[in-house]
Design a protein around this ligand. Structure first.
Ligand code: NAP
Length: 345
C-alpha cells in the first residue's frame, strides 16, 4: 500500500516538500476490523490546520503521520459483523490506498441515491456543514439577502442553493468569471461577484452593495480577508454571520494573535464597530459538534440531490501521489467544486 505522510510543518504556504509518499505493508484485518481499499479521498481546507502544531479544535497530524482525510472505500476483507467484501463505505482513512477501520468508524453507502463520492461532498461533511450553518446559525428568512463566499465550493454551493429554496436573494463571491457564471447559470444564484476582479475591500464592497441593493442580512463566512472586510460594512441591522471558515488566512495570519497582519489589525476596529452598531450576531461553529443531526440532514437533502434539484460539481485529481499538488491548488482556489482524489477505480 501507499500513503502520504506529513514530512514537515509548513511555514506560511505549504509546498510539496511538506509531504512524503511512502510504501508500507498492507495490514490484515483482525477480529472486529475491516480492511478497506480507498477509492476516493476528499481534500478539504481544514487539512491545512492539521499541518500546524498550533492548538486548535483537533489534534495536529504528527510529523511522519499519515495525512488525515475523509475517504470512500471498498471493503476487501471483514472480521466485523455487518460488513462484507464489496461493500462501499465512508470512513476517515486518510491519504492512503488501504486502511483498517472498526464497524463504528464506517458508514455503509447506498450507491442508488447518488454517486458514492458525494458522501465526501454534497451528501457528506461539506454539505452537512452548509445545512447546519444555514439552518442553525443563520436564521434565514424569505426575501432577505444572503452573501456567501467561496460560493462555488463544496460548502458555499450548497449554502446558496438551499437559501434560494428558502426564498432568499443569494449573492455569491467567487474567484474568476467562470466560477461566477456557474454560480448564476447552474446554481441559480441571483448574482455573483468576482473577488479577483476587485483589488481592495472597498471596491469589492461596492460591487457587493450593487448586487445587494437592500443590504446584506446574512454573510456566510468561508474566507475571511478582503471579502470579510468588504461585506461587513454592507450588513443590515440584526444581520447574522455564521463563521464557517477563513481560508484566506489559513497560511499564517490567524495561527496566533501576535502574527496578525497590519491589514487585518487596521480592519478589526471597523469590523468590531459594525458588529456593535448593527447588532450583528457572529457565530462560529465546528461541524463535528453537530453529527447528532446528520441523519436529519440526509433525509432532507439526499432526495434533492437524487432528483436533480441541487447541483454539485467536482474537481477530480487522479492518483494518490497527486494529492499534495491538488491540495496546494485548493488553497489557491484552483479547484472548481468539491476537490476529490480518485485513488482507485
Ligand atoms: N466550520 C466547519 O466545521 C467547516 C467544515 C467544512 C468546511 N469549512 C470551511 O468552509 C470553507 C469552504 O470549504 P470548502 O470545503 O467548501 O472548500 P472549497 O470552497 O471547495 O475550496 C476552497 C475555496 O476557497 C477559496 N479561496 C481559497 N483561497 C482564498 C483566498 N485567499 N481568498 C478568498 N477565497 C479563497 C477558493 O474559491 P474561489 O476561487 O471562489 O475564491 C477555493 O476554491 C473553508 O474555509 C473551510 O475551512 C468549515
Amino acid at each position: 500500500m501507499q500513503r502520504i505522510l506529513l514530512a514537515s510543518r509548513p511555514e506560511g504556504e505549504p509546498t510539496a516538500a511538506n509531504f512524503r509518499l511512502d510504501s508500507a505493508t498492507t495490514p490484515v484485518a483482525h477480529a472486529g476490523e475491516v480492511l478497506c481499499e480507498v477509492i476516493w479521498l476528499s481534500l478539504d481546507p481544514y487539512m491545512r490546520g492539521r499541518m500546524d502544531a498550533a492548538a486548535s479544535y483537533a489534534d495536529p497530524v504528527p510529523i511522519g503521520g499519515v495525512m488525515e482525510g475523509g475517504t470512500v472505500c471498498r471493503v476487501i476483507a471483514s472480521q466485523a459483523p455487518g460488513f462484507d467484501p464489496g461493500d462501499i463505505v465512508e470512513s476517515r482513512l486518510g491519504w492512503q490506498t488501504h486502511g483498517l477501520a472498526t464497524a463504528d468508524q464506517l458508514r455503509k453507502l447506498d450507491p442508488t441515491i447518488a454517486p458514492v463520492q458525494t458522501a465526501l461532498g454534497i451528501l457528506g461533511m461539506p454539505g452537512f456543514t452548509a445545512w447546519i450553518g444555514l439552518t442553525e446559525h443563520a436564521q434565514p428568512k424569505a426575501g432577505e439577502c444572503l452573501v456567501v463566499s467561496a460560493a462555488t465550493g463544496a460548502v458555499g454551493s450548497v449554502v446558496g442553493q438551499l437559501a434560494k429554496k428558502l426564498g432568499m436573494r443569494v449573492v455569491g463571491v467567487a474567484g474568476g468569471t467562470e466560477k461566477c457564471q456557474y454560480a448564476v447559470d447552474v446554481l441559480g444564484f441571483d448574482a455573483c461577484v468576482d473577488h479577483r476582479a476587485h483589488n481592495d475591500a472597498r471596491a469589492l464592497g461596492e460591487a457587493i452593495a450593487e448586487a445587494c441593493p437592500n443590504g446584506v442580512d446574512i454573510y456566510f463566512e468561508n474566507v475571511g480577508g478582503k471579502t470579510l472586510q468588504a461585506v461587513v460594512p454592507k450588513m443590515n441591522v440584526g444581520g447574522r454571520i455564521p463563521v464557517c471558515g477563513m481560508i484566506s488566512w489559513y497560511n499564517g495570519q490567524a495561527q496566533s494573535d501576535i502574527s496578525m497582519s497590519l491589514d487585518t489589525a487596521t480592519a478589526l476596529p471597523r469590523i468590531w464597530r459594525n458588529i456593535l452598531v448593527k447588532r450583528l450576531s457572529v457565530r462560529g461553529y465546528i461541524i463535528t459538534d453537530h453529527y447528532a443531526r446528520f441523519g436529519e440532514f440526509l433525509r432532507e437533502v439526499a432526495p434533492l440531490v437524487k432528483n436533480g434539484e441541487l447541483h454539485y460539481r467536482e474537481s477530480i485529481t487522479e492518483g494518490l501521489e497527486a494529492a499534495p499538488a491538488a491540495f496546494l491548488g485548493l488553497l489557491r482556489g484552483e479547484n472548481f467544486g468539491k476537490q476529490l482524489v480518485r485513488v482507485a477505480n
